[in-house]
Design a protein around this ligand. Structure first.
Ligand code: ITT
Length: 191
């Protein structure tokens, strides 16, 4: 089964395909770009983008919006993670964290499926904390500074893709989509 994925981020596409392979689902890049509104809510951003993509493509697709939420920064960068990564990066976040004892953080991912009459969202959260310095060479974005509580102090960048997906926000959300597609959603997808 194939579905479009409206994203400009090839890392997301690779991670999602690794997860969905077990469910017999392949995501292919959507020919139209993800339209991103500004909002404090990942759900709103994902839903708007999915509806917009569906109205231009007219076939089943998914969109994903995700972000890093740092407790002592009141949830910053959250929905603005992409912009913050491009502007100040991991180094900028580490500077903002200097002198803070509470380093707890979480990644959240909202996957929105649009299949015409059927619209559905799936959420995944990964809890952890911000490392004192970047570690590892894998992954993308904030992976070098995020230590998942399920990985005994390793950052996401110090794991391989399947180890990351087993505990990541994206892994949890796309597995929920895969399970749903395996049951009720199948008839709404391409082939
Ligand atoms: P699309 O909107 O085109 O899908 P994007 O990268 O701009 O791609 P988002 O708007 O959802 O995606 O931004 C999420 C940002 O949060 C992303 O650019 C990374 O900087 C960060 N992020 C999300 N998931 C991550 C992960 O698994 N590992 C590291 N950083 C992540």
């Amino acid at each position: 089964m194939e579905l479009y994925f409206a994203t400009g981020n090839p890392h997301k596409l690779a991670e999602a395909n690794l997860i969905l392979k077990k469910f017999g689902v392949t995501l292919k890049p959507a020919p139209s770009p993800k339209i991103e509104i500004q909002s404090d809510s990942l759900e709103e951003i994902a839903q708007y983008a999915a509806r917009a993509a569906y109205s231009s493509l007219r076939c089943p697709l998914v969109v994903e919006d995700s972000g890093l939420f740092i407790e002592s920064l009141n949830g910053f960068p959250g929905p603005y993670s992409s912009y913050v990564y491009k502007t100040i990066g991991c180094g900028g976040i580490l500077r903002l964290m200097e002198g803070r004892c509470n380093r707890e953080a979480s990644f959240k991912c909202v996957v929105f499926y649009a299949g015409g009459e059927v619209m559905c969202s799936f959420v995944g959260i990964a809890k952890g904390s911000i490392a004192e310095e970047p570690r590892g060479s894998g992954g993308f974005g904030f992976d070098p500074i995020f230590m998942s509580e399920d990985l005994n102090g390793k950052t996401f960048s110090e794991t391989d893709p399947s180890e990351k997906s087993a505990v990541s926000h994206r892994g949890r959300a796309f597995r929920a989509l895969g399970e749903w597609l395996s049951d009720s959603g199948r008839e709404h997808t391409l082939k």
